[in-house]
Design a protein around this ligand. Structure first.
Ligand SMILES: CC(C)(COP(=O)(O)OP(=O)(O)OC[C@H]1O[C@@H](n2cnc3c(N)ncnc32)[C@H](O)[C@@H]1OP(=O)(O)O)[C@@H](O)C(=O)NCCC(=O)NCCS
Length: 165
């Protein structure tokens, strides 16, 4: 049984290891280290008796020419030995709740096209939204936390640190 809570400083090393193991490399772990602590970010961990099981990060993004308050989901990772046991889903659902509470009106993600729709994410293109990065249509997804929030559409720009990957 895992427990969800906000990340604290003493988690940083273990969270880094979860990303390294889940992604099989350092790119996402390094990105998390760069993004951490940026104003408006939401960082949640799933812990278990034997250690860190998962992590999810949301950082403020923006839609060019549109004042909507939008958060970018990611990176997120669950320790390989603990995948497919509901931890990722719990982190996404709690994260969306925290984003809503923090006043975000929408959340975007670049990720697995088969995974995020179960939480209500749709293709960004359904909202007239496109990603600043050149990614396939089906992997750039969005969810409105406030109905109609994304109706203006536009280009989604992630926090600057994403461009340094
Ligand atoms: C993607 C990830 C975060 C999901 O976490 P999780 O705890 O395993 O997910 P859950 O247990 O909540 O959900 C399991 C479901 O997700 C599906 N799923 C897991 N990884 C998936 C993937 N890469 N693509 C599509 N579906 C995936 C499983 O098939 C399962 O579906 P089912 O419920 O229909 O059987 C985790 O697998 C992970 O860390 N993967 C490596 C890193 C990564 O890809 N991060 C996300 C980048 S967008």
């Amino acid at each position: 049984m895992s427990k969800l809570r906000s990340e604290i400083e003493s988690d940083y090393g273990a969270v880094r290891q979860v990303h390294v193991r889940a992604f099989g490399g350092y790119t996402e772990a390094d990105l998390v280290d760069r993004l951490r602590g940026s104003p408006g970010s939401i960082s949640l961990v799933a812990t278990e008796a034997n250690g860190m099981a998962g992590h999810i990060l949301f950082t403020p993004a923006r839609v060019e020419g549109n004042p909507v308050r939008v958060a970018g989901l990611g990176p997120m990772a669950v320790s390989p030995s603990r995948q497919r046991s509901g931890i990722g889903s719990a982190l996404v659902l709690r994260g969306l709740e925290e984003c809503r509470r923090a006043g975000y009106q929408a959340v975007v993600v670049v990720g697995h096209a088969e995974y995020y729709p179960r939480f209500g994410f749709q293709r960004g293109s359904n909202f007239g939204l496109w990603c600043q990065f050149d990614v396939p249509d089906e992997v750039f997804m969005a969810i409105e936390l406030q109905p109609g929030a994304l109706s203006g559409g536009g280009e989604l720009q992630y926090a600057r640190e994403f461009s340094e990957v």
